[in-house]
Design a protein around this ligand. Sequence first.
Ligand SMILES: Cc1cc2nc3c(=O)[nH]c(=O)nc-3n(C[C@H](O)[C@H](O)[C@H](O)COP(=O)(O)O)c2cc1C
Length: 222
Amino acid sequence: MSGVSQDLYEAMSTLRAVRRLRRDPIADDVLRRILQAAAWAPSGGNVQPWRVVVVKNREKRRAIGDLYQPLWQKYAAGHHEHLSKLSGEVLAKQKRMLAAADHLGDKLAEAPVLLVYCFNPANMAITDSNMDRPSIVGGASVYLAVQNAMLACRAEGVGCVLTTLLCAEEAAIKSLLKIPEEWYTCGVMPLGYPVGKGHGPISRRPVNELAFADTFGNGVVL
Ligand SMILES: Cc1cc2nc3c(=O)[nH]c(=O)nc-3n(C[C@H](O)[C@H](O)[C@H](O)COP(=O)(O)O)c2cc1C
């Protein structure tokens, strides 16, 4: 494994949704490094068709939190119903996740920083826009930057979680943050130092369920 950066693997394998965040401020130099990491991300044609509004202002955070809470409650209702079909460790994990997500639903505004990601579709090479299925390619020119920011948060010991429910309140967010007409929103990421352990072990499908050899479904043998 010589020449392999273990730090990066360690960061990726412990980058998890951190939803219980302290109110303590995040220093500007830490934020600058996180935003620089986002700016390093590739995008179609290197256009970088995204921007991020760094929301520290308390009233604006409160307004965004007030928009998020009912959206989360409505979304979570389905999840809570689903719990009755689960048992054992899966149930315990889901309950923990929902408790943390409910907490964020109530406390989003208390995170000292909210990153509001915006995109401009006019600048994007959306190569699947005319297909008879949901278009997904455009998002890649934004969400790689989001992932870079999350990895930087991991490196800085800052908790974070990508949330996307607020797209449903895009008009209100655009008006609040004076986002120009031709720009839209695609995620709000609360940042803050973790209340508890923060980042740590994650639970994901094994690679052999996700990667195939030459033919879809063919187990990969490495
Ligand atoms: C595209 C996307 C949208 C998400 N939206 C929300 C959200 O609106 N609210 C929330 O609490 N978590 C949201 N999450 C966080 C996921 O629930 C979380 O990453 C996933 O459950 C894995 O959690 P873990 O990293 O702690 O294992 C979102 C994650 C992604 C990648």
